[in-house]
Ligand binder design. Structure first.
Ligand SMILES: NC(=O)c1ccc[n+]([C@@H]2O[C@H](COP(=O)([O-])OP(=O)(O)OC[C@H]3O[C@@H](n4cnc5c(N)ncnc54)[C@H](O)[C@@H]3O)[C@@H](O)[C@H]2O)c1
Length: 237
């Protein structure tokens, strides 16, 4: 067996013990160096094995540029930052804010880190959603932003393929995190997700970590522009 090189990960939006934190923990557990960010001044807790946290608003383009200057190279960039405003997204300002964070923020982060990714011939993992494919009257902006992430992943994959950078996405099913707290409080919705999911449960953040490690690995070296659905079968019925 050859020596496996330690790689550098940056997980944007890993401050709240959700999907980003689970991915960060899994990457650190395999021996990689992991830096995380979040909107808050402090993370809820530091994922095990991670020592560096940066507060970063993905709508603050100069703050992203400032952080990017600290990375001479980057192997894996994971874009987990997002918001949803269940039942409030009919308001134009709220709609705009959700698109700003979830779509434009994601795009801006990739652009600002492209040099570091090129140096390492790294790869990007964006986070899509079931709402990339299905409509929801409760989160129209969130759905539109996640459908756009699915599409943007393909465009960025084409753009960066000549530089050897892969760009993929994961579309999780319904996962127990702070972001879904309001939705889970609606028992009709909570039970409907379970009823429709062949594995008959909501996902855990750790369910998303393994697929992220795979997409980031050399084993996925010929995969780009794809959105990998990780949903316990929710979308197949
Ligand atoms: N939980 C689910 O069921 C589910 C399903 C599909 C997709 N997702 C997606 O997974 C990703 C992670 O979500 P989660 O459920 O773990 O939620 P979470 O609330 O735990 O994580 C969201 C992260 O985004 C960060 N964030 C919010 N606004 C930001 C801003 N303006 N600038 C920078 N960072 C900001 C937060 O600080 C936090 O770290 C998101 O993209 C979400 O849309 C979640």
């Amino acid at each position: 067996m050859g020596v496996i090189e330690q790689r550098d990960w940056l997980v944007i939006g890993a401050s709240r013990d959700g999907i980003g934190a689970a991915i960060a923990r899994a990457a650190a557990a395999q021996g990689d160096r992991v830096v995380i960010t979040g909107a808050e001044s402090e993370p809820l807790s530091m994922p095990e094995g991670v020592t560096r946290y940066h507060q970063l608003d993905v709508c603050d383009t100069s703050a992203i540029a400032l952080l990017a200057r600290q990375f001479s190279q980057l192997d894996v960039l994971v874009n987990c930052a997002a918001i949803s405003r269940r039942d409030l997204e009919d308001d134009l300002e709220v709609f705009r804010q959700v698109i700003d964070v979830n779509l434009i923020g994601n795009f801006d982060v990739v652009r600002k880190f492209e040099k570091a990714l090129m140096v390492a011939q790294g790869n990007v993992i964006n986070i899509a959603s079931m709402y990339s494919f299905f409509g929801s009257p409760k989160v129209p902006a969130y759905g539109a932003s996640k459908a756009a992430i699915h599409q943007l992943t393909k465009s960025l994959a084409l753009k960066y393929a000549p530089q050897g950078i892969r760009v993929n996405a994961i579309a999780p099913g319904f996962v127990v995190t702070e972001q879904t707290e309001r939705g889970r409080a609606d028992t009709v919705h909570y039970e409907a997700v379970i009823a429709r999911t062949p594995f008959a449960r909501w996902g855990k953040p750790d369910d998303i970590a393994g697929p992220a490690l795979f997409l980031a690995s050399q084993q996925a070296g010929f995969i780009t522009g794809q959105t990998l659905v990780v949903d316990g079968g929710y979308s197949i019925g």
